[in-house]
Design a protein around this ligand. Structure first.
Ligand code: SF4
Ligand code: SF4
Length: 125
């Protein structure tokens, strides 16, 4: 079983666009600092948007600051970015599958919801 059976990123960039980004947890921030080889304060000042306890990435021109045709911090990207688009909520509600598949052209929706879920379950095990 491989991810390619149900998903292959087409690098359309949709998931990196918008005026906000996914939120980062403590481990995401740590990994990003390590990947960028910069101290937290510098990463925060250059790349992060902190609102109360919520940490997101800054956006520029309607997309994540790290989007440059593709993800420029791919190995250090947040876990929510890693998870997309194979979100476990697909398994519990076909509407989530439909919504995600309509946003992400990399989803192989032609295999059908039932078969997609069978394969996704294996992958998420
Ligand atoms: S929306 Fe899907 S296909 Fe497009 S870049 Fe994101 S993961 Fe890849
Ligand atoms: S960190 Fe990378 S994958 Fe996540 S939104 Fe930004 S550019 Fe996209």
């Amino acid at each position: 079983m491989s991810v390619e059976d149900i998903f292959a990123c087409e690098q359309c960039g949709y998931c990196c666009h918008g005026e906000t980004t996914v939120s980062l947890d403590d481990n995401d921030v740590k990994c990003m600092c390590e990947y960028l080889q910069l101290p937290f304060e510098e990463v925060k000042q250059k790349y992060l948007r902190v609102t109360g306890t919520v940490i997101q990435m800054k956006t520029v021109d309607g997309h994540c600051i790290f989007f440059a045709g593709n993800c420029s911090v791919h190995p250090g990207r947040p876990w929510r970015c890693r998870q997309w688009p194979l979100h476990p909520s697909i398994l519990s509600d076909q509407a989530n599958f439909t919504a995600i598949a309509s946003s992400c052209p990399g989803i192989k929706k032609e295999i059908g919801y039932k078969k997609f879920c069978q394969k996704l379950k294996e992958i998420l095990k």
